[in-house]
Design a protein. Structure first.
Length: 477
């Protein structure tokens, strides 16, 4: 395996990002995640990563380094970063990917008022198509004959079809990291756009998803909107004479990394700080980005309902709510983050007293503090409205020291694997979520320990490297 284009990863985000220092120098920060781990499993010459410049630091890096980034900053990984104009990137990423496709797949639109697909949308959609075409140009140029190309996520839904037209020799896979909307909601999109997205995905030899539920929803959309044929087992879609296989790869937690990192010195310091703040209280932990799908506001309402319906927990439980800002360039996300802070303050004002703060809210991203909270969690609250997988639900049981009861939304992809030992809830039901929190806090220690052991085993069944390599092996097969 070499970096000659035998394996190409096409992704909006790359394995490294750059910032420009005051003196004009570039500093690089390595990313993480399953794809990064997978490529590292292949070795430094394992594949080529094609990604977009996400900010001015990245764009400056493309100007300085040219065709490939400095391998000293990428850990030897071959990276081709595209210097896409800020206006095109903003329209494709914020205008379409995050403000349309994300909302459709997570079913977040308030349909009496939104969306409105007007001329502004049409202009953004043309930029989204151009964005995908720029990736296509680069992959066509870089990919070796018969190369395996793994396309990542909803930002590049049109790319497989573009590649299929221009390079039929390629083995093309697409992986969706989000849920997939069922046909009734997918039809919110303009008909032509919906069909273009599906045709783009069906340019792949293989389209893979985090759960069977999301794969089935995609197949149903293809059948209803395109008239495509779905196999009896639901594992293939045939359209215009071509068959796209459907796969499921449930990304798991990286147990070795988590257990090692969770006992580093900086985590120990954060743990001491948090225990100083919570005292002898039991702990309910949540760690999320303030994405609208994460349902943090309803989680806080459920916690308040717990304190109201079960006053015996007042003064005896603390809610560690880590809500790290996300997509703050979009007003709706800024407003949501503000509402999380407002509600946490309201609960503290209503119930708090000397020596007890009911909600300990942190909005500054701190991975060490998150791991410290994992270690001390008695209960983990993971209640998304809809989520492709949700790795927090898988990570907390791996790290928890005393055993952790998991209150989990049935709409999280992780529920497909963890439902037997989690306490499943309807994410919209405040009263039921509060009762699940009460049950979790009241769970006998032995039962909690046994559930945690089984949750941890299920959560680590397909860690990131194996998850990535399974996709690559299935595509080649």
């Amino acid at each position: 395996m070499t970096a000659d284009g035998s394996v190409v990863i096409a992704s909006n985000r790359g394995p490294v990002s750059y910032a420009v220092s005051e003196d004009g120098s570039l500093t690089a920060r390595r990313g993480g995640g399953g794809v990064v781990s997978g490529l590292s499993a292949l070795g430094p010459d394992g594949g080529l990563w094609v990604c977009a410049a996400l900010g001015e630091g990245d764009r400056e890096a493309t100007r300085r380094f040219g065709r490939r980034l400095d391998p000293a900053a990428t850990g030897g990984q071959a990276v081709r970063m595209l210097n896409i104009s800020p206006s095109t990137f903003d329209a494709a990423y914020n205008g379409i990917a995050n403000s349309v496709l994300w909302f459709v797949h997570h079913m977040l639109y308030q349909t009496p008022l939104e969306p409105v697909f007007d001329s502004a949308f049409e202009k953004q959609w043309s930029r989204y198509s151009a964005y995908n075409a720029m990736f296509a140009d680069t992959v066509v140029e870089e990919a070796a004959p018969g190369a395996a190309v793994l396309v990542q996520d909803y930002h590049l839904s049109l790319l497989p079809g573009m590649l299929r037209q221009r390079r039929p020799d390629l083995r093309i896979g697409h992986f969706s990291h989000t849920p997939w909307a069922p046909p009734d909601f997918f039809r919110v999109l303009p008909d032509g756009v919906a069909r273009e997205l599906l045709r783009g995905m069906l340019g792949a030899d293989r389209a893979a998803f985090l759960t069977r539920r999301w794969a089935a929803a995609f197949a149903a959309c293809c059948a209803e909107l395109l008239g495509a044929e779905v196999s009896a087992g639901g594992d293939a879609v045939t359209y215009e004479g071509r068959t796209t296989r459907l796969g499921v790869h449930a990304l798991g937690a990286d147990a070795d990394f988590l257990r090692e990192r969770a006992y580093a010195a900086d985590v120990d310091r954060r743990l001491a700080e948090l225990r100083g703040q919570t005292g002898e209280c039991r702990t309910i932990v949540r760690v999320d980005r303030t994405e609208l799908s994460k349902n943090i506001v309803r989680g806080l309402h459920a916690y308040r309902r717990l304190l109201t319906d079960h006053p015996e927990w007042q003064g005896r439980v603390a809610h560690l709510a880590f809500a790290y800002p996300s997509r703050q360039d979009l007003a709706v996300y800024r407003d949501y983050t503000d509402e999380v802070s407002r509600l946490a303050e309201e609960i503290n004002g209503e119930f708090g007293r000397d020596g007890w703060t009911p909600v300990l809210l942190h909005v500054k991203d701190d991975f060490a503090r998150s791991l410290a909270a994992y270690r001390m969690a008695d209960v983990a609250l993971v209640n998304p409205i809809r989520d492709g997988m949700n790795l927090v639900a898988k990570e907390v049981p791996v790290v928890s020291e005393r055993g952790c009861a998991l209150v989990l939304s049935r709409e999280a992809g992780a529920a497909e694997e963890l439902r037997e030992d989690a306490l499943l809830v309807n994410p919209y039901d405040i009263a039921a979520t509060a009762e699940a929190l009460h049950r979790a806090l009241s769970m006998p220690a032995e039962e909690r320990a046994q559930r945690t052991k089984r949750l941890s085993a299920a959560a680590t069944a397909l860690p990131p490297r194996e998850w990535f390599l399974a996709q690559l092996d299935a595509l080649r097969a």
